[in-house]
Design a protein around this ligand. Sequence first.
Ligand SMILES: [Zn+2]
Length: 316
Amino acid sequence: MDKLNHHFFISSGVAGGIPIGCIITNEEETNNFREGVKLLCECFPEKCCLLQNGPLIVMSDDDLKKREVLSEIWLNSTYLLCQFHVLKAVWQWLMNSENKILKEHHQELYFSFKSLMYAETEMQLKELLQNMLDNNTVRKYDKFIIYLSKLFSKKQLWCTYHRKMVLTRGNNTTNYVESLFKVLKETILGRVKAFSLVQLLDFIVTKFEKYLHSRYLDFSFGLYNKKLVKRFLPDDKGIIQNIRSLNKDNTYFEIDHHFVDLESSICTCFVGMNGKLCKHLSAVILKQNKQSTFVYSLESRKLMYEVGYWKKIGFK
Ligand SMILES: [Zn+2]
């Protein structure tokens, strides 16, 4: 039996990941994968820009071949790497005996790279890099410096500083994908790997889909663990009284020297500038009683009801 790989395209949301497409390929896969993506795009209606014109952001692990295929098809998307997978790759490189890094230096080199990843400004990034290159442990390993320079040449794909203005809504890893894969492998496939193509397809479009539908409906009915949606629950943090509206439509606000655009759900503070729910945006949403699909609200529950039932509903 050929070894089969399945590639999911998953959109993040308040109720977790939502699979929007799946491609199953065999091992000789680059061309098959390319054809699969083209077929997937054709499945979506012309008006739907999600896959027709490409997603706004594509976040993946460091599979260069797949990323190249996607960037040929979706020219306008912004491509990012999952920070967890980058760190994992660095750790594996350090552990690889061929690279001859002494065991007692693994952690020091790993954490110095990790600090680079989370740099918040260009100046901080430059300082951290210079400190790293001046570090006596780093200077012992020419091979690590070469590896580091290769990683640094594509820093816009993994460094926090470079995604400040990218609308990631606070997603820097592919955790949504990992979580759904865990469900698929453990709950749906029962950790069995020997499936034929037909069996695998059947499990994905029947059992897995049924699981997802009930999950989204549970969310829409409020049958959901609130801890899972904690990062999407608005909280005023005692600053709600500091809000000042800046336009008559009440869509633009100033709060504690930061500016919140309610329509696009973005704040000018460091946490909120890529669309993550910061304390300022939270307070404004609560004050204006804004219904949004970005937070746990009636609007997001309604949306997940529609996804779960596959139909639009008319209630308000
Ligand atoms: Zn903010």
